[in-house]
Design a protein around this ligand. Sequence first.
Ligand code: PLP
Length: 402
Amino acid sequence: MPGRHFLQIPGPTNVPDRVLRAMDRPVPDHRGAELPALVSEVTAGLKQVFQTASGEIALFPASGTGGWEASLVNTLNPGERVLAFNLGQFSHLYAECARGLGAVVDEVDVPWGSGVPADVVHERLRSDRGHAYAAVLVVHNETSTGVTSNVRAVREAIDAAGHPALLLVDTVSSLASIDFRFDEWKVDVALAGTQKGLMLPPGMAVVCVGPRALARGEDVRSPRYFFDWRPVLAEMQRGYFPYTPATLMLYGLREAVRMLAEEGLPNVFARHGRLAEGVRRAVRAWGLSIVCRNPQEYSNTLTAVMMPDGIDADGVLRMAAQRLDLSLGTGLGRLQSRAFRIGHLGALNELEVLATVAGVEMALTMAGVRIPLGAGVTACQKFFLEEQLVPVSQPPGQGRIT
Ligand SMILES: Cc1ncc(COP(=O)(O)O)c(C=O)c1O
């Protein structure tokens, strides 16, 4: 089909031309002289994205799942207890990953469509007088439901309980799109992949390790090798890796962090908020409901849309793909066939969102959902016209990676 494929799943996202061009080069010698400067700029840029001065960056040729494993094998002894929440497919799988690695997982069931209940974190930890919990696992943005949890509140709950558990946060579908503050929220480990807000192809896990987690990593006795972050952190200090790195991805990542610094993180977050609200207005104009229950927890990177009874969400996806060359996200886990997801993150602008909304309207109609054709596009257009985007101007010296 001529024209470009509309990849509006909640990751992988569209890779901007600048990033593609940065990767379009001969493969360098990964032990050569050009690596240290590249690694140093990538690391500095990622620290800015995580909003950390205290965290260290470890990169693995992997995906978000590898990030999960790295966060767990370096912080938990086999048989240790962790607190996790089942509020969507990815929070459940993070818990499963911990279980698979030998942890004892208390997986608290939360209605899908809600975020991590900070009061439950507080309760559980306060009653854990022996400090059996070694870590609390949180998915910042649950990609299956489109819910963003309040990580700051979780941190406050842990502190209020006076509990030493580490706070491990999956930022796979929030990093570089939704405000995430590693230092301010005293997160101990955060992990992401390259294929969402970082605007790269899939292929790398990005892990940010705080001082307490670093110390813990020296002590734990879990079997680990590839995902042992100690050799990775040590080698990256020198500008190299203990494995053969995904060198071309590193060039792309350098370009991506430059782009994020140029736009300025506050503007990146505001853009995502604005595009997301445009999509939500469209969904309401169709008379359909959003899976996320609490507007305070609306995700700015994706919207999961519930289907009316009797409509198979996968039918909508099929129409979108076959007729319009538009990829939307399928319903996952408990939401399979009942909901579909619109991704609105990464390198994206208003016109692309409007085209996506127009495509969703057509796909819904073709799949037999009775919606007022054009209503979503109009609602989205009106919002974009009425709500002026006021960019945050960058203080002098910012916009560069320091
Ligand atoms: C929140 C979240 N965590 C973890 C993962 C797993 O990451 P990956 O598929 O890159 O292994 C995903 C994938 O979409 C995700 O959205």
